[in-house]
Design a protein around this ligand. Structure first.
Ligand code: SAM
Length: 209
């Protein structure tokens, strides 16, 4: 899909390398600016994702990996619905430092474009919101999410609509289905950051092992 006019959009569209992305978020996280902007922009990604996730996960004790947790907006939503056992990981130490204390059981700095240092089938579920976007995390991370998730575990994520085809997320999602690595439960266009005319695909897949 061709990129829309970016006049009203977020400067992430100009980023190219992982180092640039990290510096960008380290800067954005300063003085709580990221969180303030998300409120101003009515960013609904975390809420929409957890609303979808909770429909399929009654057990609130499951161990969840929040990949690209940022300042913990997904963790806050998970907590709201009674989930109490989740880990977070992110590229930006500044954002990790601003996550509310005791929200996540564990927080790690990570580059999700590298292999994840976690055993196979360790987590019951993975959430990944806002992190599949321009210059951020590439489709191969989905292979890693499948690897670290248990049989019948859930992977719930957003993909910025502008990169879904351009970066090959469409192909990776199909490949994982054809190889019987996961089964689609939901996949729909979500609001995401509608105030900025940015929508995202929201997917929920069940892992098959
Ligand atoms: C739009 S923010 C979303 C953060 C959070 N999930 C939320 O919904 O507010 C994108 C996040 O992806 C992280 N990120 C970008 N590239 C990454 C990478 N290669 N590995 C890990 N995290 C990355 C950024 O640091 C940032 O926290």
């Amino acid at each position: 899909m061709a990129q829309k006019d970016i006049g009203n959009k977020i400067p992430i569209y100009k980023l190219k390398t992982t180092d640039e992305v990290m510096e960008f978020y380290d800067d954005w996280g300063d003085k709580d600016k990221y969180n303030k902007d998300m409120i101003d922009w009515d960013y609904t990604g975390p809420k929409e994702t957890v609303n979808t996730f909770k429909k399929y996960t009654e057990n609130k004790d499951i161990l969840i990996f929040d990949a690209g947790c940022g300042t913990g907006l997904v963790g806050k939503e998970l907590k709201k619905f009674g989930y109490n056992n989740f880990h977070g990981a992110d590229l930006s130490q500044t954002l990790l430092d601003s996550v509310p204390k005791n929200l996540y059981k564990k927080l790690n700095r990570i580059d999700l474009n590298q292999s994840i240092k976690v055993d196979d089938s360790f987590y019951d579920a993975v959430t990944c919101v806002g992190t599949f976007t321009y210059a951020h995390v590439k489709p191969n991370a989905l292979d890693e999410f499948v690897r670290i998730t248990k049989n019948k575990g859930l992977i719930c994520f957003t993909i910025n609509e502008g990169i879904h085809q351009e970066y090959g997320f469409d192909k990776k999602i199909d490949e994982l289905e054809k190889k019987n690595k996961w089964k689609k439960i939901e996949f729909f266009k979500s609001e995401y950051i509608a105030s900025k005319d940015v929508n995202a695909w929201l997917g929920l897949f069940e892992v098959i092992k």
